[in-house]
Design a protein around this ligand. Structure first.
Ligand SMILES: C[S@@+](CC[C@H](N)C(=O)[O-])C[C@H]1O[C@@H](n2cnc3c(N)ncnc32)[C@H](O)[C@@H]1O
Length: 697
């Protein structure tokens, strides 16, 4: 026997761990089957409305904390609706408006919608229009789907389209969602946010049966009562009891001897439920459908179980009203499946919205791939899950990959680049707030490492002292990620103040270019930003950096090592190689080593394996390719002005793989302080690693 634990979900304040509950309004709420499913899925009710007294009694009894309005919906004015929802954002409106106008068939005009008997459908549209929810779910009988040659359904969809909703409709069968009943209903789901509409996935291939859910209830004879709420058998006449006694489990009127058999009539009457199957559709009148083994019709409780209402859900009003209420309800379990689908839709929509809004901040890194990032990432093969951005520099590829949902591993030999990656790639939620700013900018300038070593080398002495103060204060921030963001913003400020944005100019040249009058005479630009304070640049960029931080639900990771130490340690589907392009401006230690010295507060030696020396670079590439066995695909960026040449690279890579694709694109890097080079081709080598053993993460 199946236990009924599944049904015990009455608590309206379920302790669900969703960050924020989605909100819903239930129109034509009836006894509350739809509401119950949405509550169970963690949605929060804002208000419900129904006109009928008994339905409302039942609803109030079972949802004491909901705001139920007992009123004719056509009388609910726009201002009343607005008062009810206040400033709350409504995620979804649900409901099944009663529509009676199916009998009219015809081909001309908008006959369904214009039929006054379907005015309640129009009410649903009216309220969606006023409330403007993100989604709606409208339920109705299955025959609406094909009614009038599908025209009715199209008219309905058309009405919602006009309000800006994308709408899809499907016939769902409740048995597919674990309800022990075949109940087909058309469900319209509308979304204002995106085209991504999800109907719930089928959860039950093996259907639950009538016996599964009725067997454990106390046996009752005609007219008997029990201590279980709503489990009271109706009184049948002796004549009726005699007739039904002939009908077998799953049988029909054919089992009744001819002399007693009722004349032909509704085939859904004078039958017994088939105990081994899901029930037939429960309607408001099941008085002539009998228990599979007991000689009587089902009690309200039994019908409620076939609709998946829990046992503590009490139906008010007399027995025939209670049966109506049960029969009219959306089965809570199916409602819950629909609600879960809506929640998933909303999560995907939020994620897309978040990612759509995420913008790579102004980094200004020499050789940065910001403008090529989409082009490169578009080539990542299907089924790719992880990317190793091995020479991350300004992190533009790591950032785009993170946005696309990949797990990103990032590395650069320069400490400041690893901090940039820690801020934007590894970090998923920490930002710098006012408290942090107070920490960073408190106190008086001090004479530290920068003052002692770089006064009048790269900055004025007072500026060096300021930097020394901030360096000391950053140590007091509460986490590694906050420190990383602070260094990244100090980097941005230093770069903004530095002519040509790199630390390999001499002081005389720097002073000259920072002289606004000179700059104006020579370049027609004052470049006042070189003379703005570090603090001012820091604050100006803060919001863009804070806003760029997001979570892509992956464990992203950052290293700060010579790549040659990592190749056997890191595993990923794709390794992206963007080494310094030999023969072009590529002395990265020369450009940015100063920032690493500032962070470490000590003088540093330039790093090895720097791809600067033309003589040794072929051997360095060879060593690189020889060690890429952990990665299924290698993506290598290079360009036509660099050394080795395209053909040299092909020969070199050919030692390790015979699957090389090269994609070319005309592209010029904008190098500050240099004339634009012309007619450069950017290459993207895509190599499938023949030696890859399929060793994942
Ligand atoms: C062309 S830049 C990368 C640009 C980056 N893709 C972007 O979009 O900003 C090359 C990077 O390689 C780093 N690098 C150079 N030699 C390295 C090595 N041996 N190991 C790791 N990183 C290295 C440099 O610090 C530099 O940031």
């Amino acid at each position: 026997m199946q236990t009924l634990n599944l049904f015990n979900f009455m608590d309206n304040d379920l302790n669900i761990s969703y960050k924020q509950k989605l909100t819903y309004i239930d129109l034509f709420s009836g006894a509350g089957g739809f509401s119950l499913g949405f509550d169970k899925a963690g949605f929060k009710n804002i208000f419900s409305i129904d006109i009928q007294k008994d339905y409302c009694e039942t609803y109030k009894e079972n949802f004491p904390k909901h705001n139920l309005i007992q009123q004719d919906i056509t009388k609910l004015s726009e201002s009343e609706i607005k008062d009810l929802i206040k400033d709350i954002e409504i995620d979804v409106i649900i409901g099944g408006p009663p529509c009676q106008g199916f009998s009219i068939a015809g081909n001309i005009g908008r006959q369904f919608i214009d039929d006054p008997r379907n005015r309640l459908f129009k009410e649903f549209v009216r309220i969606v229009n006023i409330v403007n929810p993100k989604y709606f779910v409208m339920e109705n009988v299955a025959r609406l789907y094909t009614h009038n040659n599908h025209k009715t359904r199209k008219e309905i969809i058309d009405d919602f389209n006009k309000l800006g909703y994308k709408v899809e409709s499907e016939i769902l069968n409740s048995a597919d969602y674990g309800v022990p009943q075949i109940r087909r209903r058309v469900i319209f789901i509308g979304s204002k946010i995106s085209g991504n509409i999800q109907f719930p996935n089928i959860s039950h291939i093996v259907y639950r049966t009538v016996k599964d859910v009725l067997e454990d209830l106390p046996t009752l004879k005609s007219g008997d009562n029990s201590s279980i709420k709503n489990h009271k058998a109706m009184n049948h006449t002796d004549q009726m009891l005699h007739k039904m006694s002939f009908i077998k489990d799953g049988g029909n009127r054919e089992n009744i001897p001819l002399s007693l058999r009722p004349n032909s009539g509704d085939v859904r009457k004078y039958i017994k439920y088939d105990s081994a199957k899901p029930s037939i559709t429960i309607t408001g009148d099941m008085r002539k459908v009998f228990h599979y083994s007991q000689n009587r019709a089902l009690t309200v409780r039994e019908l409620a179980r076939l609709q998946t209402f829990p046992d503590n859900f009490e139906f008010k009003g007399n027995s025939s009203s209670a049966q109506q209420q049960v029969g009219n309800a959306v089965p809570p379990l199916m409602a819950e499946a629909i609600a879960n689908g809506i929640r998933e839709m909303s999560e995907i929509d939020n994620q897309n919205k978040v990612l759509f809004n995420k913008k790579y901040p102004k980094v200004n890194y020499i050789g940065n791939k910001e403008k090529l990032a989409n082009w490169i990432c578009d080539y990542f093969p299907q089924n790719t899950e992880s990317i190793f951005d091995a020479f991350s520099g300004g992190s533009s590829i790591g950032y785009e990959s993170k946005k696309r949902g990949y797990r990103v591993v990032s590395n650069d030999i320069l400490k400041i680049n690893s901090y940039l990656a820690k801020s934007l790639i590894e970090n998923s939620r920490e930002i710098l707030d006012e408290k942090d700013l107070n920490i960073i900018f408190s106190g008086e300038p001090i004479k530290g490492f920068m003052y002692k070593n770089y006064s009048e080398v790269f900055f004025f002495p007072e500026e060096c002292m300021e930097l020394d103060l901030y360096r000391k204060n950053i140590e007091n921030l509460s986490s590694e990620h906050k420190k990383a963001i602070a260094f990244t913003l100090i980097r941005r400020s230093m770069i903004r103040k530095m002519p040509y944005s790199r630390f390999n100019l001499n002081w005389e040249k720097i002073k000259q270019l920072r002289d606004e009058e000179y700059s104006y005479k020579k370049y027609k630009r004052k470049r006042a930003y070189h003379n703005e304070s570090f603090k001012s640049h820091f604050i100006k960029n803060l919001t863009d950096y804070n806003n760029a931080i997001f979570d892509n639900a992956k464990e992203n990771q950052v290293y700060n090592e010579d790549i040659f130490n990592l190749l056997n340690k890191v595993k990923a589907d794709v390794i992206y190689l963007d080494p310094p392009y030999t023969g072009t401006m590529n002395n990265y230690f020369g450009f940015y080593g100063l920032i690493d010295e500032y962070i470490e507060s000590k003088k540093l030696e330039p790093f090895k394996n720097d791809f600067i020396d033309k003589k040794s670079v072929l051997a360095l590439f060879d060593k690189l390719f020889a060690n890429l066995t952990n990665f299924k695909y290698w993506f290598l960026s290079y360009n036509s002005n660099s050394y080795p040449s395209k053909n040299d690279l092909i020969n070199l890579i050919g030692k390790y793989s015979n699957e090389i694709q090269i994609i070319e694109k005309p592209y010029n890097y904008q190098v500050t302080g240099k004339e634009k080079k012309s007619d450069t081709l950017e290459y993207l080598f895509i190599i499938e690693n023949n030696r890859y053993k399929g060793n994942k993460k």
